[in-house]
Write a protein that binds this ligand. Sequence first.
Ligand code: TNX
Length: 535
Amino acid sequence: MFSGITLSMCAMLGGADTGIQVIPFPAQAVTKPGTFAVTSETIIAFESGNADAEQTAHYLAETLRPATGFALPVRAADGPKEGTLFLGGCDEDDLGDEGYTLATTPKHAVIKAPGAAGLFYGAQTIRQLLPPDVFADSPRTGIKWTMPCVEIRDVPRFPWRGMLLDPARHFIEKGNVKAFIDLMALHKLNRLHMHLTDDQGWRVEIKKYPRLTEVGAWRKETLVGHAREEKKQYDGKRHGGFYSQDDVRELVAYAAERHVVIVPEIEMPGHAQAAVAAYPELGCTDEQLEVLTYWGVNENVFNVEETTIAFLQDVLAEVLDLFPSEFIHIGGDECPKKQWKESERVQTRMRDLGIDTEEELQSWFVRQMDAFLTEQGRRLIGWDEILEGGLAPGATVMSWRGVEGGIAAARAKHDVVMSPVTHTYFDYYQGNPEAEPLAIGGNLPLETVYDFEPIPADLTPAEAQHVLGAQAQLWTEYIRAWSHLEYMAFPRACALAEVVWSPREGKDFAAFKARLQRHLQRLDLLKVNYRDPRE
Ligand code: TNX
């Protein structure tokens, strides 16, 4: 480890040889001579009257406490004094809501940021500058809690730094969602997209329609093995669960304290079987369906009656009360048109509405939701199929079948989140399938994630402005256990964090892997069951 050597991000390709072993790597970082030591005498000071700094000061004191054993006092102060770790505001507009500066000298460490999130990210960087043992959950003795002296000026590359969790296929306990939010915060990820409804389960309590969870949250059994196997086998075990509205409020607040916004997804018009099983009048056939017990694209979709649109808007109204997120995800993917083509009611309705094709009908469906959400001051986001038949005026596109949908949307001046299967499907294999636990398929090693460039080369700078960022997906058809989810998520999420946070110039996989060695020690202490990239 050097000290006294000044290097910039561009020159050093990601800090492998410096004391700055931080993931995601900061936008600008230099090391200076010396170290700053956190001792039992250190004071965590916040700028008087700055509530954001006070909150993060407490967060920092709490996160440092278990491993160091220090109960560091948190106090208001006018400025940094010797022996303090100081947090305060600044008016550097170009740092935005999420940027910060961090200056450490042998005397003190100072985080400054114009916004609350920036202060919080400065605290995350401090955690990573300290020895990895700081992530232990019980006191470690004989460790010098020093960090290198640095000057860091850090801003994220993209505002949308997302991860998708899928509690619909396999329910995810509230405590695990919280643990995941903590891990996202550590990696400066800020959007947790929760896929709350699908054919196999409805996972959020809706007061007006209790059967959505009474019936829709439970399935009688689950497919064992891969869906493409000819001989289907089921486990015979009831599976389910849901988040009550109180659970949701608790999760949303927990996430907000860590500067993570939970983006809820209510799927429509496809992936709707759990809802149709609960309320058959929402479907296209007279059949009483059950909550689906296997995986794949499914024909049972919502009908297009006025009452069904009203039902879904009622659902969204409750969702809006629970989730303050500006963006509300309405799904929109994989909606087979078979039942719409075969249903007389749907065909009559198309004639009444003056709609010629089923693709346009889907576009009409999404526009009903777009108008509703826009009126409520929110923004609709959906999977790239919402481009088919014409994009709703306010819609943002999540581009999953590649980046083409994203390119088309950006050219049409719509915002885009890049989430292509090629680089961001963390349910895909990350090594030789023979040696890996069963997964849905694909091949997505760590390096491919790291090499992802969210801005396609053929976009003009103005079009590129519409790319809000990128997101990785943890679909859970083949992920039942939490330890398995961690295995699929890490360290690929560490690579994604660098894709969406760090500057494009200076990205270097070898340097990232070198920094990852230290980072894996942190994940070990956090008891994360990551896949070891050294194996
Ligand atoms: C496609 S991505 C889906 C999901 C599956 C996923 C499995 C998307 C919008 N739809 O329903 O879980 O593939 O990789």
